[in-house]
Design a protein around this ligand. Structure first.
Ligand code: PEP
Ligand code: MG
Length: 590
């Protein structure tokens, strides 16, 4: 039987299933006497202390085994235990409704998870696993029950579960858990992030795999394609054994590329940088041989705060850490791009911010200096510690860039006044992700030090196809002739004006598209860290002349379908080994 889900962590695992089903915690629902309320609160406080201790032990052991970044998940759990939105609400529930502590924890956690589930942003929705994890630990400590975990397995297994919490994943005995598959989950859930960090092949979001597998079944996890095979026949099994060893060879061959330059056969260099969503990913920049950070998305620092804006100091610390870790390579910090599918409801911002065409990103920042000025000062201050560039998102006309630059100048004079150092020659870039900006790129280029093309938005606005609407996903065509023409125009205009141009949308790491981007002359490509070796491999397999020819031919076709078929054939001829492993299902016509 073959099940299809979301490819969460690459690699192929073949082994025996271990069905990991956690019994639902039976939490008693009763009220305590008025005279026992104080005692119940004390019990709750003691469970908090015990839970904190447990989490500190886990965090410490993970820090020594993996990295600070991954132990941060558990530090975040510890913070949650002190959070008024969580622990404070539980205390209120005990005091006001006289609910017993364990049931109060369950009730408050359920409410919070429900609130999170309404948020469109996938990243925030993924945080419900953290709340659930902390709540289960607390309840177990209150009820004196032992938690079943995956640390004590005695033989190699593939874990099959409805869901795995971040701590389930983090304390897995990595020598024993060779792969996992879950009913639910997304690519941005902590569990998926952790799986990639541990490099355990995983497929999530499979629907009902727990109903179809028994412990002892033979399982194949194809984390490259998002597939799981249950009790495959001999032939398929043999085929996957070969696939597995070939994939391992392929990975090894890519690792050799880590310190090699990303240059075409004839010596043209294309800088490969990382897109950073959360600071936890910093370690991956060096691991995959990236040349700095091409897009530091600052939204998550704001979204994570939950109840208030992050202070200038907090922002400065985060930006400084990135700049110092990556120096002498550059870090391009993008100013706040809140809105669209990235929305922090607590800010109490006007309606319309949440809409894709609303008061989002730079528009919002220009209107609210109270948000923008501290961020500009924090970015400037961090620029004293390494190689930092600043970039403005969602610019739709040159006046917005001018206004943002005036505010940047104001932030500079404030720092000058206070004698605070910063890089006086900081480069200022503009994201080209709105068709009007692409069409007036010649005007905007004269006032920018560089461009970075944001194809995720450029595609949605050019083709009028919402980027997160599954029903029209087939119309979201990266290779539509309109998109290629706009990108080509932006690159040509940038070079005519004498500035460099990069790309930080998902198109930059699409193996079918990379030859076209080389052919068009992009100077830099920025992508998720794990994609870097594959893209480097493609760059190193072409000459600039060949890439230009491919681009010219592709641009002579009339439809995305024709272009896709053509670039697919070219790719199969030049780097079939890369195409074998990557999930290119975002090309709907193939
Ligand atoms: C883009 O639009 O391509 C981009 C990189 O920005 P984001 O995905 O954060 O909107
Ligand atoms: Mg964008």
């Amino acid at each position: 039987m073959l099940l299809e889900g979301v490819a969460a962590s690459s690699g192929i695992a073949i082994g025996t299933a271990f069905l990991f089903l956690r019994e639902e915690l039976d939490v008693p629902d009763y009220t305590v006497d008025a005279s026992s309320v104080d005692e119940e609160i004390k019990r709750f406080e003691s469970a908090i202390r015990q839970t904190k201790k447990e989490l500190e032990v886990i965090s410490k052991s993970i820090r020594s085994e993996m990295s600070n970044a991954h132990s941060d998940t558990f530090n975040a759990h510890i913070v949650l235990l002190d959070d008024p939105m969580f622990a404070g609400e539980v205390q209120k529930e005990i005091k006001i409704s006289r609910t017993n502590a364990a049931f109060a924890v369950k009730k408050v956690a359920k409410n919070l998870i429900e609130q999170f589930s309404m948020i469109e942003n996938e990243y925030i929705r993924g945080r419900d696993a953290d709340i659930r994890d902390v709540a289960v630990r607390l309840i177990q400590n209150l009820l004196g029950k032992k938690k079943m975990d995956l640390s004590s397995l005695k033989k190699e297994v593939i874990v099959i579960s409805h869901d795995l919490s971040p701590s389930d994943t983090a304390i897995m005995n990595k020598n024993m858990v060779i792969g996992f598959a879950t009913d639910v989950g997304s690519r941005t859930s902590h569990t998926a992030i952790m799986a990639r960090a541990l490099e355990i092949p995983a497929v999530v979001g499979l629907g009902k795999i727990t109903a179809q597998v028994k412990t002892g079944d033979l399982i194949i996890i194809d984390g490259n394609r998002g597939r799981v095979l249950i009790n495959p026949g001999g032939e398929v099994y043999e085929e996957y054994l070969i696939k597995q060893s070939k994939f391992n060879e392929f990975e090894q061959s890519l690792y050799i590329l880590r310190d090699m330059p990303s240059t075409t056969i004839d010596g043209t260099n294309i800088d490969l940088a990382c897109n950073l969503e959360v600071p936890e990913e910093l370690a991956a920049v060096h691991k995959y041989g990236a040349k700095g950070i091409g897009l530091y998305r600052t939204e998550y620092i704001f979204i994570r705060k939950q109840t208030e804006l992050p202070s200038e100091e907090e922002q400065y610390k985060s930006y400084k850490e990135a700049v110092e870790r990556v120096a002498p390579d550059p870090v391009i910090i993008r100013t706040l791009d809140l809105g669209g599918d990235k929305f922090a409801s607590y800010l109490g911002l006007p309606e319309g911010v949440s809409s894709m065409m609303g008061l989002r990103a730079i528009r919002l920042c220009l209107q609210y200096p109270i948000i923008f000025m501290p961020q500009l000062r924090a970015i400037l201050k961090a620029s004293a510690h390494g190689n930092l560039k600043i970039m403005f998102p969602m610019v739709s006309r040159v006046e917005e860039l001018r206004q943002a630059k005036i505010m940047l100048e104001q932030a500079k004079s404030e720092l000058d006044h206070d004698g605070i150092p910063y890089d006086h020659d900081i480069q200022v870039g503009t994201m080209i992700e709105i068709p009007s900006a692409a069409l007036t790129a010649d005007i905007i280029a004269k006032e920018s030090d560089f461009f970075s093309i944001g194809t995720n938005d450029l595609i949605q606005y050019t083709l009028a196809v919402h980027r997160v609407n599954e029903n029209i996903a087939h119309l979201y065509e990266p290779l539509n002739p309109a998109i290629l023409r706009l990108i080509k125009r932006v690159v040509d205009v940038a070079h005519d004006t004498g500035i460099w141009v990069g790309m930080c949308g998902e198109m930059a790491s699409d193996p079918l598209v990379v030859p076209l981007l080389i052919g068009m002359g992009l100077d830099e490509l920025s992508m998720s860290p794990i994609a870097i070796p594959e893209v480097k491999k493609i760059i190193r397999s072409l000459t600039t002349e060949e890439a230009k020819k491919i681009t010219n031919t592709a641009m002579s076709f009339s439809t995305a379908h024709e272009i896709e078929s053509y670039v697919y054939e070219e790719a199969m001829e030049r780097f079939p080994e890369v195409l074998m492993w990557v999930d290119h299902r975002n090309h709907h016509s193939l």
